[in-house]
Design a protein around this ligand. Sequence first.
Ligand code: H79
Length: 477
Amino acid sequence: MNNPSSRSCSNMPVNKSQQIPIRLIIVWCALAMAGCKQTGNAPVAGELVGARREMTKDQRMQWWRQARFGMFIHWGVYSAPAGEWKGERVPGIGEWIMQRAKIPVAEYEQLAKQFNPVKFDADEWVRIAKDAGMKYIVITSKHHDGFCLWDSKVTDYDIMDATPFKRDVLKELSKAGKKHGIKLCLYHSIMDWHHPDAQAPFYPNYNDTSRSNPNFARYVENYLKPQVKELITQYGPLGVLWFDGEWIKDWTEPMGKDMYDYVRSLQPDIIINNRVGKGRKGMEGLSKSEEYAGDFGTPEQQIPPTGLPGVDWETCMTMNDTWGYKSYDHNWKSAEDLLHKLADIVSKGGNFLLNVGPTADGLIPEPSVERLRAMGQWMKVNNESIYGTTASPLGRLPWGRCTAKPGKLYLHVFDWPTNGKLTVPNLTSEIKRAYLLADKKASNLAVSRQEDGQVVITVPAEAPDRINTVVVLIIKK
Ligand code: H79
């Protein structure tokens, strides 16, 4: 079975302020890793250091592994042009319009004046996420275009100083999240097309990965790190800090490790994605090895074909073909497709971070809301088969997916058997009973075992849920 909690050694906390000699750190890590393998959840690092009790990775990741489903929000001044520039439709993802339409910094800055989301209601957004069954929200505090969605003290290029709106939406979301029990998490771009010490001088190709800015270190020390500090200390505690844009030439793995340590020195229990460093393998998003910084892998717009034993990961995905709002992108995935993707991801041990791109008015587009509502209806009945489950111990299943908890298997049936017999291959455990998760009485379904070892469950002729009916199997642990 794929149980990510069995691995917790990749990011031993390193407190720079303690100034431990490097050789000692190596010995300590080796000892801690050996300890991890044997003891699983024990706070080995803390015991070895002795001075301060550190949280283990398992402890830090617990809420995230439990949650399984979150909302990504891409929102910024690019939501105003909504995919069009000077009357022309700009191909590609909406939040990249500054690059795709080759807009000079000074001209792009003017968009801030059009960003006046008077219909924004933090409670409403949080409620939409919560009603969908999502447990956390990751919103773009800053995307590659450099525009900041909070009142940053190190720039005027933010929602308070550059827009007519002048409301700190992150403050409002942080408050609403606390009120509704939804964890606020932030996406923060390392790449910055607006900052003169970062990629702004690369115009007209801000994303030129072969170029370097000699002042980049100054951007990191005087701008990026102070911003991260503002976010964690004034809007936290945060669930996740989700970095991106790490592929630029000037960002190095040592910088990633330094950032990882810095962020955790500000909030020890925070979770940080692998794009803080240079470890990710393209859009596949997983880290090349444990040597790289970061707590979880980030497959983008894709689902790993098989499970990844012992690795935490989260697929981020759009509902249409853009992250930031584009008025004319109507290529929506169906609610059925999205629900199947959720079960697929969770059956492989991952989380699903599903994106919405609100308008410059402050509204989540209605097609997104409709899909989230449908997902919420399914989750209301079936969330037990998602939250806190781990990857399927069974192989490929012809009719759907499987998720697991100790002593329980959840069979997610996408294709309902026409003969009333659901056949489960590769299952050797002793089965105590079976029932439909949607059945409040949890009435027993007849279970038998064929001569070839396959388990057969007798199910109703009609699928109780057209999209995904969950059959629970209670098995001997
Ligand atoms: O915020 C959303 C997008 O704007 C951002 N990530 C999501 C979450 C993003 N999506 N696509 N891209 C950025 C395009 C980046 C593509 C590449 Fe590369 C950068 C191709 C080459 C450099 C990174 C490194 C991906 C492949 C190799």
